[in-house]
Design a protein around this ligand. Structure first.
Ligand SMILES: C[S@@+](CC[C@H](N)C(=O)[O-])C[C@H]1O[C@@H](n2cnc3c(N)ncnc32)[C@H](O)[C@@H]1O
Length: 582
């Protein structure tokens, strides 16, 4: 059977499972009525061994034409203070959209230094660093006396922190302190346990809830969201598998406060820093949770924008000329677009351009099969939702989003991807075979935009896409319409969408998207994820990597774990057999 005609995400293997369960009991920490850091409460010291589970497939070798960059900026530093509200006002969101980074261009030529801007940075080398706005984390990195051994290669995370000993020197009430993680106190419901950013875990202390909520109103919302998510997990997952881990997420557990090296704290850091990056882009949070074991969290470079080498971007210039021409002859499709400015919206003309382009390119796979009916112009409704009635996985689907050429505002319903990740999500450890997947932190309705699939834009030969055995295409998201020689590859660089697992009956779908805020912005094809059905809090966000007829027979490839007793095998070729999981 032919490869999917629309965007695909193909995945090769994760190494066989190497599950490590914590032997810890879920003994709750004791409350202590302490109000100063120097009197920090400490739980009974029963230390946890750090997990050192298998690394993710980030280690797999890339053999594409363009070598992935090794490092990517992980941050967008709009703020000077790390106390960022979770609730942004409309005005704040609009300001963010005018200034936020929209793409990162990598120019390794070294020939000249092109002009760069905050919205469109052009960089020679790309490095992960602690967000500038996280003041205390940066100060801790500079002056802190405790060095974490096991985060050395977690991109963008601090390796040094302030410890209890540093408090005398650098402590005192400081307006720049901000809470990184907060836990309920099981014995004293009016108290919470707070761990501050830039300080090691042994400095975590008990504070009165009302004081914390008064000073950091967003912390109350965090706690409520965490509680709802964990309550949902308790109903969705076998209790015996998640009970202890859920308690750990809510109340901490014996030993964690005195074991600052425990990987549990890396999950907490990743949740804070990646959500911080998101907030600076006006996006909803991303949390990392593992309630099943204490394996290492995944290692990758977090980026909410795509990274593209300059030479690849230049290729789009030709496409640009065609687009400029077509926009002058606005097509009348008979349907009114939901754009705020339907009379001047040029989106349908742009779709028509793509609908006819490259039909006769025989070098491209499936060129002979490309008939108009396959290409669906997915037009968001007035609420920005897509209509998936009559959904056929074989169709090629595309959304064309508005730009300044349409004369609408950033709040136009046809600008979902530009506004970005709308719902909080949790990168959640599913099982020893699938490893991490993605779950909803907030309810999502059918047809709604969820998140962009970001990564590095790579050039690949058509035969290097899809099901191939000599290249790890696991984290490739392909385009079917705008450019079938490029993929978004998230193996090293990406956002939370890179964790979505395959499901034979998925809850979401990739939609290829033509999207740029300003006509002067660089144009690259982008991948949006939309909900195919309602997804409740705690439920998994999955996509279909393959069509049914691509599934393997005779127990080849990787056993599909999308549900209990799924009979399918995925054309994902493992480096190590996972048969032992049967
Ligand atoms: C794009 S990655 C998803 C993120 C990955 N689970 C991680 O922890 O980094 C795809 C990989 O997840 C695993 N996976 C996803 N869906 C699966 C499924 N339905 N059955 C078995 N493994 C799956 C496979 O190892 C696959 O190669």
């Amino acid at each position: 059977m032919a490869p999917p005609k629309s965007t695909r995400l193909l995945r090769s293997s994760q190494v066989a499972a190497n599950r490590r369960r914590s032997q810890l009991s879920a003994q709750a920490v004791q409350a202590q009525s302490v109000v100063t850091r120097s009197q920090t409460s400490s739980a009974p010291s029963r230390s946890t061994q750090n997990g050192s589970g298998p690394s993710t497939s980030n280690q797999n070798v890339q053999q594409t034409k363009s070598k992935p960059v090794e490092k990517v900026p992980t941050v967008f530093d709009a703020g000077v203070c790390d106390i960022v509200p979770t609730e942004l006002s409309m005005t704040e969101i609009e300001t963010i959209h005018q200034t936020k980074e929209v793409i990162c261009i990598l120019d390794t030529s070294g020939v000249f230094t092109p002009a760069s801007s905050a919205r469109i940075p052009i960089v020679k080398t790309i490095e992960a660093r602690i967000p500038y706005g996280c003041l205390v984390a940066n100060r801790g990195q500079e002056l802190g006396s405790w060095t974490r051994a096991n985060t050395a290669d977690y991109p963008g995370m601090p390796t040094k922190y302030f410890s209890i000993e540093d408090l005398a020197k650098y402590g005192g009430e400081d307006a720049t302190w901000t809470i990184q993680s907060v836990f309920e106190n099981p014995n004293y419901p009016e108290w919470v346990i707070t761990k501050y950013l830039g300080f090691d875990a042994s400095t975590a202390w008990d504070e009165e809830k009302q004081d914390v909520f008064g000073k950091f109103p967003h912390v109350e919302k965090w706690m409520a969201m965490k509680k709802s998510f964990l309550a949902a997990i308790m109903t969705l997952e076998p209790k015996n598998l998640v009970d202890a881990g859920v308690k750990r997420e809510r109340f901490l557990e014996d030993g964690l406060l005195t074991n600052k090296e425990n990987v549990f704290w890396i999950y907490q850091e990743m949740s804070y820093f990646h959500s911080f990056v998101n907030r600076n882009h006006g996006l909803s949070p991303v949390w990392y949770m593992n309630v099943k074991n204490l394996d290492e969290p995944p290692k990758f470079y977090y980026s909410v924008v795509n990274v593209i080498e300059k030479k690849l971007l230049d290729e789009y210039q030709k496409q640009e000329e065609g687009l400029q021409h077509v926009k002058k002859i606005k097509q009348l499709t008979g349907k009114r677009t939901a754009c705020e400015n339907p009379d001047t919206c040029v989106c349908d003309s742009i779709f028509e351009y793509y609908n006819t382009k490259d039909r006769d390119d025989e070098e491209l796979p499936d060129a002979d099969e490309m008939v108009e009916s396959f290409r669906k112009n997915m037009r968001p409704d007035a609420l920005g939702c897509l209509d998936f009635s009559g959904f056929d996985a074989d169709d090629q689907r595309m959304v064309v989003e508005c730009s300044d050429a349409c004369g609408c505002s950033i709040n136009c319903p046809r600008r979902q991807l530009q506004r970005g990740q709308k719902f909080g999500v949790v990168v959640y450890y599913e099982d020893d075979c699938r490893k991490f997947g993605l779950r909803a932190l907030e309810p999502i309705k059918k047809g709604q935009f969820i998140i962009e699939y970001t990564g590095q834009i790579l050039e690949v030969e058509p035969e290097e896409t899809g099901i191939i055995e000599d290249r790890d295409t696991a984290y490739d998201a392909e385009f079917a319409i705008m450019d079938r020689r490029k993929v978004v590859n998230a193996i090293n660089i990406g956002n939370a969408a890179r964790f979505m697992a395959h499901a034979c009956t998925p809850s979401a779908v990739f939609i290829e998207t033509h999207s740029r805020q300003l006509e002067s912005d660089p144009l690259i094809p982008r991948i949006a994820v939309y909900a195919l059905k309602n997804i409740n809090i705690g439920e998994e966000i999955t996509i279909s990597y393959f069509r049914k007829d691509q599934m393997l027979k005779n127990k080849e490839g990787t056993k599909c774990r999308c549900r209990a007793r799924c009979p399918n095998y995925l054309p994902i070729y493992t480096y190590e057999s996972d048969d032992d999981m049967e």
